[in-house]
Design a protein around this ligand. Structure first.
Ligand code: UN1
Length: 477
């Protein structure tokens, strides 16, 4: 059994209490225990990061490149074992767990390169014989708070740029997926990360997350998680004048035009809505379907849903693993009931009892729904999607944009005209044409609009905006 401790100033540190890490595919399988930290642990971690920052900021791009590159290489070498642990503790399928782990490795390798490409500008002053240097500097100590649904990729896409640009990190992983967070930190240790540069404190959002956000020596917070917590973090960071980056929910539309090639559209819709058990903020949750193709689409997607195997995440035949925990499952089941109460035609969505005791739910589709229904306004975060019928392209775009969120948005069409119009008019941070709304590349920016996100983008070279600050230095000889 894994007994995971906090990692502070290069030491594994015990705590007063610990919680069990339970396999959602088989709740009799206790994977390990993880120490729950306290505000005092956050103080110690922040102090260690602050002390380490003095030399880390001067370490130079070569050292930072080499560390991140070595971490990326080691993650890739261990992707099978880490991916297995990920699937065991999170419940996404083994293929998804290994795929996500590989993506984390690639993220570190990408940002190893970016460490070498963090350049400034020299500009002539408008005054004679004066030079202006515009440089980027690290922020100092950054606090990174990550969710359970991408327990290695999201930590990777925050930790890698934070360290590449010379910051030190206090990392608070999600309570339900500590195992892979621990594996990641162990890899850093094996690769020789200097003490204090990367610290991990596990624990609840209230005590540990709250202490991190409000700590005066933490310069910035990057958070991925729920809308409610994000709003609180944003308020607190505003008061303390901290830099903040939030990535929260989605209610992502997928438009299916009457000229869509259903051979391609259906797999994209199935992937977008149901893979990873729908537990992606980029998941497709509203299928906006042109009336000319509606009945055919509904028949085909129902056929494809029926062919999906819900099962233990660690079994090769499984397409859809369990929901993360009892609370999430109860919330999903409430939404299935709500869909019925609101007058949608519900297929699937019931709890399933399988060979191992787990949080299994059949994928659900809500037909004949309207965009005004709560099931189409609120993020469900489960294997559930709605169908909304529309008359034409203009109505489809209007419905797609009629949401408080703006993370990803998709269209299936064979028309260049529709695709082009969609790319101009869709009000979201990530657009997908003939592709699932979820499933990102690791080297390009990611982030949404409206209620989905706040602050600079994550990933790609755009990550530099959040993890550095600009200094303008004038000089005369
Ligand atoms: C993806 O769709 O590949 O929490 C990643 C989430 C997002 C990541 C999506 N932050 O679902």
């Amino acid at each position: 059994m894994l007994e995971l401790k906090n990692y502070i100033d290069g030491q594994w540190v015990s705590g007063n209490s610990s919680i069990e890490n339970i396999n959602p595919s088989d709740t009799s399988d206790i994977i390990g225990t993880s120490v729950q930290g306290s505000a005092a642990d956050i103080d110690a971690a922040v102090a260690a990061a602050k002390a380490a920052f003095i030399s880390w900021r001067e370490s130079g791009p070569q050292a930072r490149h080499d560390l991140l590159d070595a971490v990326g290489t080691m993650i890739l070498a261990r992707k099978e074992a880490i991916g297995y642990l990920l699937s065991r503790e999170e419940g996404k399928t083994l293929a998804e767990g290994i795929g996500e782990t590989a993506r984390a490795g690639q993220l570190f390798k990408f940002f190893a390169g970016e460490a070498l490409r963090c350049t400034g500008e020299r500009v002539d002053s408008v005054r004679p014989n004066v030079d202006v240097d515009i440089v980027r500097e690290p922020l100092g100590v950054v606090g990174l708070i990550t969710p359970w649904n991408f327990p290695i990729a999201i930590p990777a896409w925050k930790i890698a740029p934070a360290l590449a640009y010379g910051n030190c990190v206090v990392f608070k992983p999600a309570c339900s997926t500590p195992g892979v967070a621990g594996e990641l930190v162990k890899i850093f240790e094996e690769c020789g990360v200097p003490a204090g540069v990367l610290n991990m404190v596990m624990g609840g959002g209230e005590e540990v997350g709250g202490a991190l956000v409000s700590h005066r020596d933490v310069a910035a917070i990057s958070f991925t998680g729920s809308v409610g917590v994000g709003a609180r973090i944003s308020r607190e960071c505003g008061i303390l004048q901290k830099k903040v980056q939030l990535e929260m929910g989605g209610k992502n539309p997928m438009i299916i035009m009457d000229d869509a090639d259903l051979e391609k559209a259906i797999p994209a819709c199935i992937n977008g809505a149901y893979f990873s058990t729908g537990q992606r903020c980029t998941a497709s949750s509203r299928f906006i379907v042109h009336r000319g193709i509606h009945d055919q689409f509904v028949d085909k997607i129902r056929e494809s849903i029926a062919a999906l195997t819900v099962g233990n995440a660690l079994e090769k035949t499984t397409d859809i693993g369990p929901v993360i925990d009892a609370k999430q499952l109860a919330s999903n089941l409430d939404y299935v009931q709500l869909a019925k109460d609101e007058g949608a035609e519900v297929h699937g969505g019931e709890r399933l009892e399988l060979a191992t005791p787990g949080y299994y739910q059949a994928p659900a589709i809500f037909l004949n729904s309207s965009n005004a229904m709560r099931i189409n306004r609120e993020e469900i975060f489960g294997p559930c999607a709605s169908v909304i019928k529309c008359d034409d392209f203009d109505e489809a775009i209007t419905l797609a944009n009629d949401t408080d969120f703006g993370l990803s948005s998709g269209i299936c069409t064979s028309s260049l005209k529709y695709a082009r119009e969609f790319k101009r008019r869709a009000d979201a941070g990530v657009l997908m044409v003939n592709l699932p709304t979820a499933g990102l590349d690791y080297h390009v920016p990611f982030g949404g609009r409206k209620g989905s996100s706040y602050g600079p983008k994550e990933q790609g070279k755009y990550a530099v905006e959040f993890y550095t600050m600009v200094k303008t230095a004038y000089s005369a000889a």
